[in-house]
Design a binder for this molecule. Structure first.
Ligand SMILES: [Zn+2]
Length: 88
């Protein structure tokens, strides 16, 4: 796991320990493994705030932007965890 991903995980782990957010789930391995922590106020009314969304695109789609559950995000947004290889 590259260092930048470790930092993402470390930060979200700390927030989870503090009870602010749930830790990132183990993503499904048959699609893109990028994750996004829904945390912006536009999702307060959708019930998605504080939940993790996994990218629903193909595992090898051109990276940078991801989408899942009607949410689009990019790797450099706060709350985004970049895709990484997952053992089946
Ligand atoms: Zn993706």
């Amino acid at each position: 796991m590259p260092a930048q991903e470790k930092v993402h995980y470390a930060l979200t782990d700390v927030l989870a320990v503090l009870g602010i957010f749930l830790p990132p789930p183990k993503p499904w391995s048959d699609m893109c493994t990028a994750l996004y922590l829904v945390h912006t106020e536009e999702y307060v009314d959708t019930g998605q705030l504080g939940t993790w969304v996994q990218c629903e695109l193909d595992a090898c789609h051109p990276a940078d932007t991801h989408e899942g559950e009607d949410i689009e995000w990019s790797d450099n947004q706060p709350g985004a965890v970049m895709a990484w290889p997952v053992e089946p």
